[in-house]
Write a protein that binds this ligand. Sequence first.
Ligand code: SF4
Ligand code: SF4
Length: 317
Amino acid sequence: MKLKGGIYWGAGCGGCDVAVLDLHEKILDVAEKMDLLFWPIALDFKYDDVRAMEDAEFDIVLYNGAIRNSENEEMAKLLRRKSKTMVALGACAHIGGLPSLANYHTKQSVLERVYLETESNENPDGTMPLERSTVDGNELELPRFYNTVKTLDQVVDVDYYIPGCPPVPEQIFSALSAVFIGELPPKGSVIGAGTKTLCDECPHEKEEKEISIIKRPLEMIPEPGKCLLEQGLICLGPVTREGCGARCINSGVPCRGCYGPLDDVYDQGVKMVSALASVLEPKEEKEIDKVLDGIVDPLRTFHRFSTAASILRRKKV
Ligand code: SF4
Ligand code: SF4
């Protein structure tokens, strides 16, 4: 018997769906084991097809993207009801991802920026999206835009997590293979990625050097083969789960933290503050402040992918 699967996107960029397509010929192995009954980005199935299914009819659903509007939430709840196993695929579903950076703003300020202030926009009448409107006598309804972006597990029960922005395709394949052979770890586990930090799989050499200056990637060309953090670039490798193959690091770009924290870490960004504090060279407050001034936007640097899952969650309004 073939398994029944579904893939859905909430508030995301589509990159996680492309990562599934990046399985290349391995997608044929997946198709041999599983019928994809729902995948809006690639196949023409309708929401009503899902509504008509039995509860728990899907063996597995991969949900990528965060929850940022009422449609994302409605579909997350529907797919949860229709699936035996629900997997959060990618950083947005797992820890909020880049969309949850919007939690540092209000819903109103996001809409004003996008529809009224953006330099490339022409909107002389100041038209803004409405939840309900009438056009040529027809009632139109748009999903409700939420003030706070949430992770998938802040809305429904999630069985497993595949981290990354996007997850590397090999990791998606190994997670699906575990489903096919019925060898899944305990509920709530991260699957397809390791249990150590990125520093453990990073090929760059650490010299246990303390940091006396912090720079942005555009301000320097890092010395090849040497730890980027020790050269003064903020690299979230010490607080980020391994599994990506250090792809950014190998291109000279510091880790931004998209694979999220390890199991025993509650807040990845706060953990990075503590990791950084332990490797700063200056010990006097004034000197420390001078070094830290090199971090242009600490909040969004340390919680770039994890704002929705952090203890901050959102800006207080
Ligand atoms: S995790 Fe990254 S690739 Fe996936 S939907 Fe979110 S932004 Fe796109
Ligand atoms: S801090 Fe970054 S560059 Fe340094 S070892 Fe860890 S992952 Fe590699």
